[in-house]
Design a protein around this ligand. Sequence first.
Ligand code: SAH
Length: 446
Amino acid sequence: MIEKNQNYEVEITDMGYEGEGIAKINGYTTFIKGAIKGEKVKIKILKANKDYGFAKLIELLNKSESREEPICPQFGQCGGCSLQHMNYDSQLLYKLEMVKNTLKKSLGYEPEISNITGMGIPSHYRNKAQYPVIDNKIGFYADRSHRLVENKECYIQNELTDKLAKDAFEIIKKHGITTYDEKSGKGTLRHIVTRIGINTGEYMLTIVTNDKNIKNKDAIISDLTKLYPDITSIIQNINKEDTNVILGDECITLYGKDYIVDRLGDYKFKISPLSFYQVNPTQTEVLYNIAKKYADLTGEETVFDLYSGIGTISIFISDKAKKVYGVEVVKPAVKDAIENAEMNEVRNVEFIAGETEKVVPEMYKKGTKADVVFVDPPRKGCDEKLLQTIIEIKAKKVVYVSCNPATLARDLKTLTENNYEIKNIELVDMFPQTKHVETIALLKMK
Ligand code: SAH
């Protein structure tokens, strides 16, 4: 029987969804963080459940050719980059395998994935960072926990705003602002959030606080703008709730503009603090161009862009469509989308605030259908009711953009069982060094 604290020598035969190695000990599945497929390793069992267990890597007996020394000293502790111990080509292969296996389990066969587009330089690509602050320290959360891993320098964040966050934290601390404590609900500062338009250089700092009043506000802003005279925007966000959600509903502009602007392709986009915007704009352009190519619009089509955020896909494809309807639940994002259409002088798009699963059936009842539907849902995937409406509408094409292979697999199963066939699937690595991957699929009505 496998028990805690036992040591074994095993061969890693597979890898899991978290980037961990998997070995079988007489058929017993064991997950080993930091081990790579093909390696022989010595492990110590940390936890033994009935059917599977977790073990610690103690010694590498033979090393995979994929192995690389992680750049970040916090690798293995921080919950962010779980693949930094693998070279970039191997990371891409890992993601390809993972998506293939996930889709195969759900569809019953292995669909062909035509390509994965990696990044030229897979570092410092993120335009947004959310830093928790706990016990007068700033960093990131450890994997699946609210334990803080202190961070001096992050390898995947934009360098300017990574430094800004740490400087801002020191300034705020210096002026006597305390960090929030989740257990007692005491203390003021909860998170520091940064965002930058990588293609415009505009950047924003958001200070998330437990209270509207923060002492020495003017002195803090003065110190911040002295150090960062070209900062575009400083926002205070108020979050009084006992919650894991980082941002509250209320934003106060403390300095500069209420938003920043970024550019993607030929278009400019206004981004407010509460709106979603893809975190890797370089790869987002690649993704949107694939989406546009998949849709292959002629200018005659009515298009739905569902989960439209600040209207990026709608606007990006608008020159090839007759009419685009974007649907998004976050109201400030819809406001951004409407203003983005105006700013780019795009007149054939319309944005509707609400949940796709409610809005789209209502639109259909009133006679509005789409020839082509784009969906780009959050991790939980598309609501069943939305999928059923897409099927009823008989949209000729569905372009599915997904950040979660598991829910994509589930939704592709529904669509392929209801008169749609998969024509193409490819991956875009929007999140190098991490376990995450973006998949894009083209479906056509049979
Ligand atoms: N297509 C956009 C945004 C994709 S992220 C882009 O590429 O930038 C997913 C978006 O779905 C987020 O903006 C989120 O606010 C929104 N969302 C989440 N659940 C929703 C729902 N049920 N109905 C409509 N929008 C939803």
